[in-house]
Design a protein around this ligand. Structure first.
Ligand SMILES: C[S@@+](CC[C@H](N)C(=O)[O-])C[C@H]1O[C@@H](n2cnc3c(N)ncnc32)[C@H](O)[C@@H]1O
Length: 555
């Protein structure tokens, strides 16, 4: 099945009203911090004993809408997670099953045959189905229905993220959403509502904690489960779509080169994508950049040892990130390891040719991950150095430089591949907030900067079209970045070596400007406002809601 446009659809159009899920579940790690019904963040509560109940709610309304408290904790049957099993259970209880088993369950593809012939899934699916049948006290002869429910969740459920991009759990929607196929150059994106954060909302009642005494499953109580809560999904066009054209979204992170996207899709969904971007030969520009290398004389054209050298650099960066995330190395060592690869690159030898020096292209997917980690690591180092103002200033400045660089890199990719709008919106928001945070913390408290060129700060409501406004804002971003780039990147050689975040030619001399640190910080403040304005434009395009990142600020 697929979804086809019945008429021409303009860019930035919601394709259907917000859809409630058929079933959903938080990931295990969020069960004690988020509402199991609406996924909102709960106020902090005292630590509970390890054997405590699994579902908490933010309000009486949520707790009464989702009466599945007696579910005993489902097992983790890798690759099937307990959240998959919980969702499958809720699916079977919330819907009247109309099915053509085992291939479709209520119209949703199960991929049953494909998954059951795959040894890495089949045993876990069988075990999960047996568990569900036991919980439901099913007296059917086989577990075909339970298997179909699990397979349907694996095939159709999507990860629900909060506004910070953090994956909270999964949700399963009806065919209006679930029939939308994947493309690596999709014409639509989707977002969730109802994943708001708890902000001392006095209308919310004290979190309802389910009865810890109840350990056995009560079918009648579970049958009253009514799924009108849960994160709603909205799909939105991010390109013009012609009547008759297929609606597509992305199931995966699109900032990966073709090989990684293919293996991601295969491991999660067991299909090979043959979309325009995947099939392009030569590779699409974004894919050549996401795997690109630089030499001191420009782009590298040879093949000798290149793949090996790239693999080595990518592995080093990934190892530093993994070690940092698992607390095996401190932020300083993490920065040193990543910067070492990004700055020094690698020397490769060729029999009959002079040696080449290779660097990952700054928008190589591993380099992007490296800069994302550097932004976080430098920020932590700034917080850790609070007693040393000079060091805290430098660390926060470099963190902001990395975030700003990522925003410019995402713009470069978005210009060539419009479906990367969502990623770009996220990076520009991060950059704006990081630059603002830096300049607020270290300027003399001034916030009355004006832009005499685009005047958009004084009249942000005069937004016309996306293209016209983005041109104006980006032109100012380019101008201001020429003023502050060397200031922002001082002490970070792997960024300092580039002429600007828009121009990856290597700098000859490190031309510091004469402005005082105070002048520079004010320019950074002006830059931050422009980044937030641009982030607003992109957010509006993808999410249909101007996030008004600048509202509440004095500009
Ligand atoms: C959420 S469903 C999409 C709707 C599905 N095509 C149907 O018939 O109901 C996801 C499944 O559709 C198939 N699918 C989605 N996008 C695809 C693509 N680009 N190429 C091949 N199969 C795809 C895969 O089997 C995948 O597991």
């Amino acid at each position: 099945m697929e979804i086809i446009a019945a008429e021409d659809i303009n860019i930035g159009t919601d394709l259907f009203p917000p859809l409630s899920p058929l079933a959903f579940s938080l990931y295990e790690s969020f069960l004690s911090s988020h509402c199991s019904s609406c996924f909102s963040l709960l106020p902090p509560s005292p630590p509970r004993p390890p054997q405590s109940p699994t579902s908490l709610y933010c309000s009486a309304a949520c707790s009464s809408s989702l009466t599945d408290s007696p579910i005993i904790s489902p097992p983790d049957l890798s690759p099937i997670l307990s959240s998959d099993i919980r969702t499958a259970l809720r699916l079977l209880n919330s819907t009247v099953v109309t099915s053509s088993l085992p291939h479709r369950l209520n119209g949703l593809l199960t991929n049953h045959h494909r998954l059951m012939t795959d040894t890495s899934f089949s045993v876990s699916i069988k075990n999960a189905a047996n568990f569900i049948a036991a919980v439901l006290k099913s007296n059917r002869e086989n577990t075909e229905l339970e298997e179909a429910a699990i397979c349907s969740v694996l095939t159709n459920a999507v990860e629900v993220q909060d506004s910070n991009g953090r994956a909270l759990g999964i949700a399963l929607y009806d065919s209006r959403f679930s029939w939308i196929n994947h493309s690596c150059s999709p014409n639509s994106c989707y977002r969730f509502s109802n994943t708001t954060s708890y902000q001392n909302d006095t209308t919310k009642t004290i979190p309802h904690i389910t009865n810890p005494e109840t350990t056995s499953y009560n079918l009648e109580e579970f049958k009253t489960f009514c799924c009108f809560q849960g994160p709603k999904v909205i799909a939105r066009s991010i390109k013009k779509i012609k009547k008759g054209e297929e609606i597509t979204v992305s199931y995966i992170d699109l900032l990966q080169p073709t090989g990684l996207r293919q293996s991601d899709l295969w491991s999660k969904y067991r299909f090979m994508c043959s979309c325009r971007r995947c099939a392009a030969s030569p590779p699409a520009y974004v894919d050549s950049i996401l795997e690109g290398v630089l030499t001191s004389v420009g782009h590298y054209h040879g093949n000798i040892n290149k793949d090996e050298a790239m693999g080595e650099m990518t592995d080093h960066i990934q190892e530093a990130i993994d070690n940092f995330l698992s607390d095996d190395i401190n932020p300083k060592s993490c920065c040193e390891k990543i910067e070492n690869v990004l700055y020094h690159g690698i020397q490769i030898k060729a029999d009959s040719q002079p040696n080449h020096h290779l660097w990952l292209h700054p928008i190589h997917h591993a380099a992007l991950n490296g800069y994302i980690t550097l932004a976080t690591a430098y920020r932590i180092r700034s917080i850790d150095s609070e007693t040393d103002m000079g060091k805290a200033f430098d660390m926060r400045r470099i963190s902001a430089a990395c975030s700003f660089f990522l925003a410019c890199a995402s713009h470069h990719l978005f210009s060539a591949e419009p479906s990367l709008a969502m990623s770009a919106a996220k990076f520009w928001t991060n950059a704006g907030e990081s630059l603002l945070d830096f300049s607020r913390k270290f300027s003399s408290g001034r916030s009355d900067v004006k832009c005499n060129k685009c005047h958009m700060l004084e009249t942000p409501n005069s937004l016309r079209g996306f293209n016209e406004n983005s041109k104006k804002i980006l032109s100012c971003v380019t101008d201001i970045s020429q003023v502050v780039w060397s200031f922002l990147t001082r002490g970070c050689p792997c960024l300092q070596k580039f002429m600007s975040p828009f121009d990856f030619s290597f700098t000859k001399a490190n031309g510091e400007r004469d402005e005082t640190s105070e002048d520079q910080t004010l320019s950074v403040l002006l830059l931050s406002f422009h980044c937030l304005l641009y982030a607003d434009l992109l957010t509006d395009l993808c999410y249909g809601q101007n996030s008004h990142l600048l509202s509440g600020l004095h500009v």
